[in-house]
Design a protein around this ligand. Structure first.
Ligand SMILES: C[S@@+](CC[C@H](N)C(=O)[O-])C[C@H]1O[C@@H](n2cnc3c(N)ncnc32)[C@H](O)[C@@H]1O
Length: 187
C-alpha cells in the first residue's frame, strides 16, 4: 500500500493522462509540486489554474515552473473560495487537487478552512465533466485540520450518489493521524 500523498499523485497522473487537454485546478499551490506535476506531464495540452492566498506560494511556484510554457497555467493570488469570479457559468473542469493544511516550512496559522475549501469544491463539482475528479489530501492531525476534516466529510457524504462517487483512502491503524485522501468523481 502507498501513503496518501503518493496515492493522490497516482490519481492525478491518471487523470491528466486521461484528460490531457482538460482544465485542471490546483486549489492550494503552496510550493508548486502538484501544479508542476500536472503541467509537466508530457501528454498535457490543457490548462491548469493554481490558487493560493500567500504571495510566497506564488513566488515559489513561479520558480518551480520556470521551465514550463506559461500558456499552460495561470496562477491566482486569491482564496479558492472566490473561484467563481474567474470562470464563466458554462466552464468545465476535468480535475482538481487540494492539498489542505498549511505550507510546510511556512506560517502554520495560514491554513485551509472547511468553509472555503467546500465553497471551491462545490463550484468545481458543479462544473466537473463525467469521469472528472476532485482529489483532496486531508490533514486532521492539527487542531484546525481536525475541524476542517470533519466539515469536509460531513458535506461530501451528502453529495447525491446518483451524480457523484465519493471515497476516502485512509489508514485506520496508524498513530498521529496520517493524512488521508478524499476523491469526488462525477458520474
Ligand atoms: C499543504 S500546502 C499546499 C502544498 C502544495 N500542494 C505543494 O505542492 O507544495 C497548503 C496551501 O494552502 C494555502 N491556502 C490556505 N488557505 C487557502 C485558501 N483559502 N485558498 C487558497 N490557498 C489557501 C496555503 O497558503 C498553503 O500554501
Amino acid at each position: 500500500m502507498i501513503n496518501a500523498l503518493a496515492y493522490s499523485q497516482q490519481l492525478l497522473d491518471k487523470l491528466v493522462n486521461k484528460f490531457y487537454d482538460g482544465n485542471f485546478v490546483d486549489g492550494t499551490i503552496g510550493n508548486g509540486h502538484d501544479i508542476h506535476r500536472i503541467v509537466s506531464n508530457k501528454h498535457f495540452k490543457g490548462h491548469a489554474y493554481g490558487f493560493d492566498i500567500q504571495e510566497q506560494a506564488l513566488t515559489n511556484t513561479k520558480r518551480k515552473l520556470e521551465n514550463i510554457n506559461t500558456s499552460k497555467y495561470t496562477l491566482i493570488n486569491n482564496s479558492h473560495e472566490n473561484i467563481s469570479n474567474y470562470f464563466e457559468e458554462n466552464h468545465t473542469f476535468h480535475g482538481a487537487i487540494f492539498n489542505l493544511g498549511y505550507l510546510p516550512g511556512g506560517d502554520h496559522s495560514i491554513t485551509t478552512r472547511g468553509e472555503s475549501t467546500l465553497k471551491a469544491v462545490e463550484f468545481i463539482s458543479r462544473h466537473l465533466i463525467k469521469g472528472g475528479q476532485i482529489i483532496l489530501v486531508v490533514y486532521s492531525g492539527h487542531e484546525s485540520g481536525k475541524i476542517e476534516s470533519q466539515e469536509v466529510i460531513d458535506a461530501l457524504s451528502k453529495y447525491p450518489q446518483d451524480d457523484y462517487q465519493v471515497l476516502t483512502y485512509q489508514f485506520i491503524n496508524q498513530i498521529n493521524h496520517p493524512p488521508y485522501v478524499i476523491v469526488v468523481e462525477k458520474l
